[in-house]
Design a protein around this ligand. Structure first.
Ligand code: PLP
Length: 457
């Protein structure tokens, strides 16, 4: 994941990955499931940016809603004022179901949402008089964002490497739920889930029974190792351990939430409700920058017992234009049955990937939920051996598929003690992608895989 060379003529060059020698192309327009480049190429956006463009690009209904909002109120500060778009979006996302998520705060990025969730978990326990709860446990092979708090929780060694000495002190990580690699021969899903829950319990006890504030996890792991999908019962077992020790369960659904797995929240598959949930990306489909922290009544009640307010003001929080985009996108989710469509198209994409690539000697696993799927590639299907470090298979696949007019999200794996393993490519197209676009996607992937492995297998 090296940046584009510093001598590049592009002023923004330091922000981009060098995909095996390729410089970033310039996108000039986007419509539906496609983005258009300045050299005239039309690219199927099979990763919706980074799982962002949930309803596709250029939807006039959202553009009109944002324009109307900008015309009447483009910004105000929120220390004492609110706006109707933010309040309306809040009502669309949280309700007053007992035990459910009851409050929302709106920010701009996923990293800010997770950073706020860290602070919220900490403040909750301070308000309750449990100030010794300073520790947060997360998982290996996780990604939680770019800020120092988020990097402190992230379980990808290359993301942590430069910053290790300045990361948060009171954090640690346990194993992810990654059955393809770590469920042992003959072990049932139930036993595997329990083994991981036991590991969490051991870690809580190691840190100190009353010292852990929260356990952070992506409900379905996203970019780190490619759609790590929990085995049945995993989150129930985890929730039980959290409850036993009073630890808050924080689910990061920045990438996997908002319909992407075929349910509005990925935790709906798991039979648990988090104490805090973070969402972003697909929440308003990229029409504005928007993320949110959804908060349970339990946490709100804790704050009410103490100071009564979350110490977390930000300049652009509850931004009216971003909230208006969120309201418009969530309305389209309802009117266009976006989540149901995602579930159907997700099943279709999975089936076509399995039909076309399921038996390929370098395909280790096709996994994920809804329209949130990955293929993990291996050197050897039997041993699950990864490719050698110097061989950037994911980047080569990314390029080969892009050359065929389809953009995917690639993850450069390789074995490390507590990090990423196999190379993978991830698919997270708009949730309303059509069946013919899925055919186009699968065809490009198949041809890209043939090109790369034709010479490498
Ligand atoms: N959490 C997860 C699971 C993510 O996938 C991401 C971004 O990819 C983030 C947090 C950070 O979000 P952002 O890039 O909007 O700060």
């Amino acid at each position: 994941m090296s940046p584009v060379r510093i001598d590049s003529h592009q002023p923004t060059c330091l922000l981009y990955r060098d995909l095996h020698g390729k410089k970033p192309e310039t996108v000039v327009e986007a419509k539906g499931s496609y983005v258009y480049l300045d050299d005239g190429r039309k690219i199927l956006d099979a990763c919706a940016g980074a799982a962002v463009a949930s309803i596709g690009h250029g939807d006039q209904r959202v553009i009109q809603a944002v324009t109307a909002q900008m015309t009447t109120l483009s910004y105000h500060h929120t220390s004492r004022l609110t706006n109707s778009a933010a309040e309306r979006l809040g009502h669309m996302l949280v309700g007053d179901r007992p035990g459910g998520l009851s409050h929302a705060i709106f920010l701009s990025s996923g990293s800010e949402a997770n950073e706020s969730a860290i602070k919220l978990a900490r403040q909750y326990f301070v308000e309750l008089g449990e100030s010794e709860r300073v520790h947060i446990i997360s998982r290996n092979n996780s990604y939680h964002g770019n800020s120092i708090g988020c990097v402190s929780l992230t379980g990808i060694p290359s993301r942590r490497r430069h910053f290790e000495p300045i990361l948060m002190q009171h954090t640690s990580r346990v194993s992810p739920c990654y059955p393809y690699r770590y469920k042992t021969e003959g072990e049932s899903d139930e036993a595997y889930a329990q083994r991981l829950a036991d590991e969490l319990e051991v870690e809580i006890l190691r840190v100190g029974e009353k010292k852990v504030a929260a356990f952070f996890a992506e409900t379905v792991g996203g970019a780190a190792a490619g759609n790590l999908t929990p085995v049945p019962g995993y989150f129930k077992a985890i929730r039980k351990v959290c409850d036993k020790y009073g630890v808050l369960l924080v689910l990061d659904e920045i990438m996997c939430g908002m319909g992407r797995t075929g349910k509005m929240h990925a935790w709906e598959w798991e039979g648990v409700v988090p104490d805090i949930e973070t969402i972003g990306k697909g929440l308003n489909g990229g029409y504005q920058a928007l993320s949110a922290v959804l908060i349970s009544q339990r946490v709100v009640d804790g704050l009410k017992k103490g100071s009564g307010a979350f110490a977390n003001g930000q300049t652009f929080q509850c931004h009216p234009a971003a909230a208006a985009a969120g309201v418009a996108v969530m309305s389209i989710f309802e009117s266009d049955d976006i989540v149901i469509t995602c579930a159907k198209r997700g099943a279709e994409l999975r089936q076509k990937l399995v039909e076309n690539l399921g038996d390929h000697p370098n395909v280790g696993e096709i996994r994920g939920r809804g329209l949130f799927l990955s293929i993990e590639f291996v050197k050897d299907r039997e041993t699950k051996a990864t490719f050698s470090k110097g061989l950037p298979i994911a980047a080569m696949l990314d390029n080969a598929i892009f050359d065929r007019g389809v953009s995917v999200y690639s993850g450069f794996g390789k074995g490390t003690a507590d990090g990423v393993v196999g190379d993978h490519i991830l698919f997270s197209p708009p949730l309303n992608i059509s069946s013919s676009e899925i055919d186009e996607l699968v065809q490009a992937v198949k041809e890209g895989v043939d090109e790369v492995f034709g010479s490498q297998a």
